[in-house]
Design a binder for this molecule. Structure first.
Ligand SMILES: *[C@@H]1O[C@H](CO)[C@@H](O)[C@H](O)[C@H]1NC(C)=O
Ligand SMILES: *[C@@H]1O[C@H](CO)[C@@H](O)[C@H](O)[C@H]1NC(C)=O
Ligand SMILES: *[C@@H]1O[C@H](CO)[C@@H](O)[C@H](O)[C@H]1NC(C)=O
Ligand SMILES: *[C@@H]1O[C@H](CO)[C@@H](O)[C@H](O)[C@H]1NC(C)=O
Ligand SMILES: *[C@@H]1O[C@H](CO)[C@@H](O)[C@H](O)[C@H]1NC(C)=O
Ligand SMILES: *[C@@H]1O[C@H](CO)[C@@H](O)[C@H](O)[C@H]1NC(C)=O
Ligand SMILES: *[C@@H]1O[C@H](CO)[C@@H](O)[C@H](O)[C@H]1NC(C)=O
Length: 502
């Protein structure tokens, strides 16, 4: 009897555990502060603490609390956060105690208003965390959200604000929030080649994009991320078209979960606009402004809600000129199921240009019909060898271009978000389940496919390349022309740092 109770306990606990993994993530550490605010501020389903309630985290020799009328800020859902700020005339720091070691998001909100003698747009300052330089001699001209993540293994996280000479620092709001452990794993690998060491990397989200769909705001994302639409990044919009079937998306055990990306990201996509021409042969290309001198972690999100049957869609995925997933067959990647979310990680070599191109195009494998799809994309900047994420500290392009001729190993891995973690649980569970079944308790159990745990070995190709920094001069003439015109404008309209508000 005692043994049975224990079984049941384990079983319920595991189900609870799985439930948490599969749906709402509850961050162990969750600090939300609306700097300078006299009252708590509710944004979506979260409460940002009033400044005075958060003073225990701050150590600052001098206090200036600033505010501005809401009218001067454009209307975003989180705009109340931008209404108040804390100004740091001298070096100041926030110290947060960390209960769960692992990766944490640091989200910093800035809006440069004028308050008395302080013109925040003139502020110039640096921000560091855990020996990483997050921002150096930074200044902002518009509402800006910067998102970083670092793996915190000590019991506290210190974030330091240092004014540049004759200047001051400021901050409108801050978040320090636990990231699910499996969201970014240590290695991006397949077969014999791999990139290892992501756990030591500080990352900055450069771009987070929902292909072929609407903006997905933090309110509709289990991890409070914002996904912007992709149209403005397309090099030639005429070659692309949108498709959407959000209801069809079926998350599968062992592959991407809702925490990897929400249903609205996986259920909408951009595909080739083949115009019913079975001989169509072109790429759909997006171009993103990036800081040269850094490596990037690129995460591709796929979900084949287009095909009517399995193995109908084969395509290539390029990062600049490198084919990072030749003849990608999503049916095989998702264990012979359609509409199952799946992701693919790539680590680039150090980037030389200030643009990163992502393309998809049909593969030579006999397609039922030439097509290629992309559902979502994340581009994350990795800290350089000096531990910096700051553009101004970056290696100058001329220096790095000579080095980049040396082949740099770049890894790719498929998304096996919870596969490894689950393997152990599944093993235990399956044994429990068997016993419970004998005792007539199996009805509430929903079966797992053990195949899911194999997924992490089903890696696609590893790329060995030059970081693909050269724009092929022989590309589509129309793309090149389009790029010179439109993309310059786009680059201006959407600077890399302001991925949040567009
Ligand atoms: C502000 O929020 C905190 C945390 O949710 C809560 O403990 C506190 O009572 C709130 N204060 C006010 C004035 O609502
Ligand atoms: C700004 O702060 C002042 C003084 O603390 C306060 O009286 C005023 O209501 C605040 N204004 C806004 C828009 O919050
Ligand atoms: C964080 O770093 C520690 C030690 O370096 C490592 O054991 C752990 O797996 C890392 N966590 C993540 C989420 O990368
Ligand atoms: C969240 O998603 C729902 C359904 O897709 C949509 O109606 C709503 O406008 C979204 N909310 C935000 C804030 O984007
Ligand atoms: C697609 O782009 C890649 C990389 O730039 C290039 O090698 C390939 O030839 C292009 N395919 C087509 C059909 O233009
Ligand atoms: C990023 O910083 C970590 C920790 O200092 C270091 O181990 C790693 O090599 C750095 N990354 C790169 C690409 O240099
Ligand atoms: C600031 O950002 C908003 C929204 O992204 C935009 O409408 C506005 O034009 C920007 N202002 C400047 C000066 O760039």
């Amino acid at each position: 009897m005692g043994c049975f109770k224990f079984d049941l306990f384990i079983w319920v606990l595991s189900l609870l555990c799985l439930g948490l993994l599969c749906s709402g993530f509850v961050p162990a550490d969750n600090y939300l502060i609306d700097c300078g605010s006299l009252a708590n501020t509710t944004v979506g389903n979260r409460v940002f603490l009033a400044d005075n309630l958060a003073s225990k985290y701050l150590s600052s020799p001098k206090d200036v609390v600033a505010n501005v009328s809401l009218k001067s800020i454009t209307s975003f859902d989180d705009s109340p956060l931008y209404q108040t700020a804390r100004i740091f005339p001298e070096s100041s720091k926030y110290t947060f105690s960390i209960s769960h070691s692992g990766r944490h998001w640091i989200r910093l909100y800035f809006y440069p208003f004028v308050f008395g003698s302080y013109d925040l747009s003139k502020a110039k300052f640096s921000i560091s965390a855990q020996n990483f330089a997050l921002l150096t001699d930074f200044s902002v001209q518009n509402t800006t959200l910067k998102e970083f993540s670092v793996n915190v293994t000590s019991d506290s996280l210190v974030i330091t604000f240092t004014p540049s000479s004759n200047s001051f620092a400021f901050l409108n709001a801050i978040e320090v929030v636990s990231v699910p452990d499996q969201l970014i794993t240590d290695d991006v690998s397949s077969g014999s080649e791999k990139f290892q060491g992501l756990m030591n990397q500080a990352l900055e989200t450069a771009w987070r994009v929902n292909m072929g769909g609407p903006i997905v705001s933090f309110e509709n994302d289990t991890l409070w991320r914002t996904w912007v639409p992709d149209q403005s990044f397309l090099v030639n919009e005429n070659l692309a078209k949108d498709f959407s079937n959000i209801a069809a998306v079926k998350y599968d055990v062992g592959l991407a979960t809702e925490d990897i990306a929400p249903q609205t990201v996986y259920g909408t996509l951009t595909e080739m606009n083949s115009a019913d021409n079975p001989n169509s042969n072109f790429n759909v290309t997006w171009e993103f402004t990036v800081d040269p001198g850094f490596q990037y972690l690129v995460r591709f999100h796929f979900c084949d809600v287009v095909s009517k049957s399995l193995n109908q869609l084969y395509f290539n995925v390029y990062v600049d000129s490198s084919n990072v997933a030749p003849d990608l067959d999503l049916s095989t990647s998702t264990i012979n199921k359609l509409a199952v979310p799946y992701y693919l990680d790539i680590v680039t070599a150090s980037i030389v240009r200030n643009k990163l191109r992502i393309s998809i195009g049909p593969s030579a494998v006999n397609n039922a019909y030439p097509n290629a799809i992309l559902n979502g994309l994340e581009i994350m900047k990795m800290n350089n060898s000096a531990g910096s994420l700051s553009g101004t500290n970056s290696v100058s392009p001329s220096n790095s271009s000579s080095k980049s001729n040396v082949g740099v190993i770049v890894g790719a891995s498929v998304g096996s978000f919870i596969a490894v973690a689950l393997a152990g649980v599944l093993f235990v569970l399956c044994r429990r389940r068997k016993r419970l079944a004998d005792q007539g308790h199996s009805k509430t159990w929903s079966p797992f496919s053990m195949n899911g745990t194999n997924s992490h070995t089903m890696g696609t190709k590893v790329l060995v390349g030059d970081g693909s920094v050269d724009l092929p001069p022989h590309g589509h003439p129309s793309c090149v022309v389009h790029m010179m015109g439109d993309c310059e404008r786009k680059a201006y309209a959407y600077p890399a740092s302001d991925f949040y508000h567009m």
